[in-house]
Design a binder for this molecule. Structure first.
Ligand code: CA
Length: 234
């Protein structure tokens, strides 16, 4: 598994440009998934996690602006870098209005594109890492040691946590009282573009309840919010 390697969805219907961009992005170490039209892009966005989308505006079937709009309507905050052949200010404004983060007009300088790609990915990473909790965290009579990746639970049991359990706990605790969406959990904890099923995340939450809740049927700390995600409260 290539952890920490950013995954980019490249949506571009001009084959030569597509291949050139793909090759250059891969040489920079990125994983690249290709889409050549708007509906293919939408399908891939629905099935995989991406750290960035490079989106051409003029596409067959569904145009890049409509794809962007649909991504944002679904509360997906993936960074989007828009590409347009037309040097039209209208397109630029509309693209940004519909939720693109950045914009390049063709023909563009490859080095500039790579710099912008890197900047958007790093900015997004920082957003995901903010509000970090410390190494030790206590809630109720439970104590978690994130560094040692273990916990002492309310009934005095010591629990060894897997790396993913520790990461998910940290993510939920850092977002105390806020619902963390399934997409965000996948992005932070799994971090590559293979989707575990919702059931996988549910099983993690069930384990947390088993460890940390005195009454796992009436959880005080770990809550599921049907169809949206999960929430930690204390
Ligand atoms: Ca095009």
């Amino acid at each position: 598994m290539k952890e920490n390697r950013a995954n980019i969805l490249l949506v571009e219907d001009e084959e030569n440009l597509h291949e050139a961009l793909k090759l250059n992005l891969e040489m920079e170490g990125y994983g690249v998934t290709s889409a050549f039209d708007g509906s293919d892009a939408l399908q891939k966005i629905g099935n995989e996690y991406f750290d960035l989308i490079i989106m051409d505006i003029m596409l067959p079937e569904v145009d890049g602006i409509s794809v962007t709009e649909s991504v944002r309507v679904n509360n997906n905050e993936v960074p989007i870098l828009m590409l347009s052949a037309r040097n039209s200010n209208e397109d630029k404004v509309l693209g940004l209005k519909k939720g693109a983060d950045d914009y390049l007009t063709k023909p563009f300088n490859l080095e500039e594109l790579l710099l912008r790609v890197n900047k958007l990915i790093e900015k997004n990473k920082k957003l995901l890492e903010k509000d970090s909790v410390g190494e030790m965290y206590q809630f109720g009579d439970n104590k978690i040691d994130f560094k040692a990746q273990d916990a002492i639970t309310w009934n005095g049991q010591k629990v060894e946590l897997s790396k993913k359990e520790a990461m998910l706990l940290k993510l939920l605790i850092e977002n105390k009282n806020d619902v963390v969406t399934r997409e965000k959990i996948l992005q932070v904890v799994w971090g590559y573009n293979v989707y575990p099923t919702t059931r996988t995340i549910d099983n993690f939450i069930l384990s947390f309840r088993k460890y940390f809740e005195e009454d796992s049927r009436n959880p005080k700390f770990f809550h599921s919010v049907r169809g949206v995600g999960y929430k930690y409260t204390d």
